[in-house]
Write a protein that binds this ligand. Structure first.
Ligand code: SF4
Length: 383
C-alpha cells in the first residue's frame, strides 16, 4: 500500500485535533486511557506533532471515524486517514508510579492519575448533587468510585506522597485537583485547597484547584493565601436553559454567581490564572456561549472550551460529541478574541487550561497559522 507522508502543521493540526475530538480515533494498540470520572474520561492520551491531545477511542461512534492510530515500519506511531499519514503520534507511557502503593496498601493510581504531564486527582470522589435530581448529566464522578477504581477521599498526605513520585518518576509538571461539591458553604473549596497546599509543599509543583462558587467569596482569598497557583470554577455552559437542564444544582446559583466568584478569584490570583470549563454540544445557543466566553475573557477568565465527551455511566452516556463545524464556530470566535485581549494558555500556571489536551483551543491559539506578526489571522466572528 502506498503511503502519503503529508503531515499536519499549524492550523491543519488544529483542524485535525478538532475533528479527532468530534469523531474519535480507531486504535490498533492499547493506549493510555481513562474510562470515566471527572476530566478526560473515555480518552486516549497522546501527543500529536508534539501537541498534548486527548481523543475518544472506545465509544461506539468511534467505529465510524475515518482516523486510525497506526504503527509505521520504523516503530513510530502516526494518525492516518486511509493511507494518508496526517500527524506524528507519541503515546503517553504507563506511568511508573502506578506500580507503587502507600504504606497502608493503597495503590498510588487510585489516589491520582497522570493526565499526560499533569498529576490529577478528584480529592473527594463524592458530590452533594450525585444520585439526586441535581446531578450534572455529563459527570461520571460516582461511576469511578462504584467501579472500585479510586477511593472516596484522598488526604493531603496521600496526595503529597504521590505527587513527589509523579514528579520524580514520570515528569509531572503540575497538579490538577478537583472535588465533588460538598453541602458546606465553601462547597469543598478549602479541602481541595489544603490538598493542593500539601502537594505544593512536598513536590514544589504548581497547583490548580477546582471547586464550585463558595457562598462566602472570602473563601477564595483563603484558597489563594494557601499558595494555590490557579483556580477553576466551572460554569459548563453559558446558555441558562441548558445549564438548568444538564446541571440543575449549578443552575441554582445562577450564572452571575460564577462571574462574581471569578472576579474575586482574578483579584486574588491575577488575570489568566482563573479558568472555567465550557462544554459545547449540549444543545446550547452558540451565540450565548460566545458572548459568555468573551465576557469571561474580558475579566481575565480563561474559557476552556471543550467538546462534550459522553462519559460511560453518566446520564449523557448515549450522546455523541458535537461536530467539527460546531466546535470550529466557537474556536474561531474565541481564539482570536483571546489573542486580542492578550490572554494565552501559556500564562496559565497549572491545570486543565495549562495542559489544554481536551480542547482544540490550544492548537488554534498556538498553531503557526493562527497568528501573523502577532495579529490574529483567524476570522473574527462579530456577535
Ligand atoms: S458538581 Fe456536577 S460536575 Fe461537579 S462533581 Fe458534582 S455532579 Fe459532577
Amino acid at each position: 500500500m502506498s503511503t502519503d507522508t503529508r503531515t499536519a502543521a499549524g492550523n491543519d493540526l488544529a483542524e485535525l485535533i478538532t475533528d479527532l475530538q468530534s469523531r474519535g480515533m480507531r486504535v490498533e494498540v492499547p493506549i493510555g486511557e481513562r474510562r470515566s470520572g471527572a476530566g478526560p474520561a473515555d480518552a486516549g492520551m497522546l501527543y500529536l506533532d508534539g501537541v498534548a491531545t486527548t481523543v475518544p477511542v472506545s465509544a461506539g461512534y468511534v467505529a465510524d471515524s475515518p482516523y486510525t492510530l497506526r504503527s509505521d515500519d520504523d516503530g513510530s506511531w502516526a494518525v492516518y486517514e486511509g493511507s494518508v499519514r496526517l500527524a506524528d503520534a507519541s503515546l503517553a507511557p504507563r506511568p511508573k508510579y502506578y506500580d507503587l502503593t502507600t504504606a497502608d496498601g493503597i495503590p498510588y493510581w487510585k489516589i491520582a492519575l497522570m493526565h499526560l504531564d499533569s498529576m490529577a486527582s478528584t480529592v473527594l470522589q463524592t458530590c452533594a448533587y450525585w444520585g439526586n435530581s441535581d446531578q450534572c448529566r455529563f459527570c461520571g464522578i460516582g461511576v469511578t468510585l462504584a467501579a472500585g477504581r479510586t477511593i472516596a477521599k484522598k488526604t493531603p498526605a496521600m496526595l503529597a506522597e504521590v505527587a513527589v513520585a509523579a514528579r520524580d518518576l514520570d515528569g509531572a509538571v503540575d497538579a490538577t485537583l478537583t472535588t465533588g461539591s460538598t453541602a458546606t458553604p465553601d462547597r469543598g473549596a478549602m479541602y481541595v485547597a489544603r490538598c493542593g497546599a500539601a502537594v505544593k509543599e512536598a513536590a514544589g509543583l504548581p497547583v490548580q484547584v477546582q471547586f464550585e462558587p463558595p457562598r462566602d467569596l472570602d473563601v477564595i482569598d483563603r484558597v489563594a493565601d494557601l499558595g494555590i497557583d490557579s483556580i477553576g470554577i466551572h460554569i459548563e455552559t453559558f446558555d441558562p436553559a441548558v445549564l438548568a437542564r444538564v446541571a440543575p444544582g449549578k443552575a441554582r446559583w445562577g450564572i452571575e454567581a460564577y462571574f462574581a466568584a471569578w472576579e474575586r478569584a482574578v483579584q486574588a490570583l491575577g488575570p489568566g490564572q482563573v479558568s472555567t470549563y465550557v462544554i459545547v454540544g449540549m444543545g446550547e445557543d452558540p451565540q450565548l456561549l460566545i458572548e459568555g466566553c468573551k465576557r469571561a475573557i474580558d475579566i481575565g477568565v480563561y474559557p476552556f472550551v471543550v467538546p462534550l465527551r459522553p462519559v460511560p455511566g453518566s446520564l449523557m452516556q448515549d450522546e455523541t460529541p458535537p461536530s467539527k463545524a460546531q466546535m470550529d464556530e466557537i474556536y474561531h470566535a474565541i481564539a482570536p478574541y483571546m489573542a486580542l485581549k492578550g490572554m494565552s494558555s501559556a500564562q496559565v500556571a497549572a491545570g486543565c487550561a495549562r495542559c489544554g489536551a481536551c480542547s482544540g483551543l490550544h492548537a488554534f491559539e498556538t498553531g503557526k497559522g493562527d497568528l501573523r506578526d502577532g495579529r490574529p489571522a483567524l476570522p473574527l466572528h462579530v456577535v
